[in-house]
Design a binder for this molecule. Sequence first.
Ligand code: TXA
Ligand code: MG
Length: 347
Amino acid sequence: MDTKVWKVDKHVDNLIDYPHVVDAAIFLAENEVVALPTETVYGLGGNAKSDEAVAKIFAAKGRPGDNPLIIHIAKKEQVHSIVKDIPEKAAQLMESFWPGPLTIIFNKKDGVLSELATAGLSTVAVRMPDHPVALALIEKSGLPIAAPSANSSGKPSPTTAQHVIEDLQGKIAGIIDGGPTGVGVESTVVDCTESIPVILRPGGITKEQLEEVVGEIRLDPALKDQESKPKSPGMKYRHYAPNAPLYLVSGSRSFLQNLIAERQKEGMRVGVLTTEENMHYVQADVVLACGKRAELATVASSLYDVLRTFNKENVNIIYSEVFPNTGVGQAIMNRLEKAAGHKLISE
Ligand code: TXA
Ligand code: MG
């Protein structure tokens, strides 16, 4: 399949009538699938009402059919057409964080969406992205848009159109290149079908931010304990993995340097994922800085690009610095732990 790549500057006026946005909306109406920029990562969008479109999303990504998709909307009111009811706390979260990197789980209205999109569950995940191009495209299509991250299943999520091209060119109808995404990690997924909301996936909106609005928030036990079954089906899969084995390293600079030296003696090409503050203290074959430790948002923003760069560098092993488990650090550590298959080396 020929994949169209359209460049769209997110700052232009009247995006909803911009020719490339119109072209992409026509593809969506024809049940073709199109990658689009959001403020978190690129999504692979399709008509959420159509089995045909949703099946194309799963096929292009190689995604297991039991992993439901997030439904993207352009206006808050659109949520009424797909959910059964809006609990009070969900309404407060929508008011505070939409548009933005927060996905809310509601009870689903029956008979509206493709059953494939929700993997047959009685609930549905909804979000309103904070990106002018995504909002214009969804509004122009007039449809609820199902959109998982636009990567091949298992790979790090795409934060640039180039990442999407690497994974999906030839498999999808089009890609809107709206430049690099900002947040860099996916939306926070919060289940509001229970009286105390539960975070199923940490992401762009922090636990602390949610608590400020609705008080007590729980964390899905599966986020801490690998034995529990996660409520978010997607969280059970290994994800975000670079090709080389990744180890998280907690310890002093000399501890890390010794590990590197041991591996190099064994003939390995060693990669290190570190930060701007620490990179000058590390000697390895490939040293990549992932933002600044002092500003965790910059780490989130470049994390997936750095993980993908290690693949191009053909390293045999990667050691990564660890981050504090607070604020957006919770999302960063969740993704790194998954990418590492929970392999941690402590001093
Ligand atoms: O930032 C994002 O959320 C990006 C952009 C493109 O919007 N999308 C994204 O989608 O990360 P995806 O498909 O890669 O991740 C969706 C997550 C999965 O872990 C999935 O299992 C969970 O949301 N999910 C979807 N529907 C659910 C439901 N009804 N109940 C529980 N978890 C659900
Ligand atoms: Mg994903």
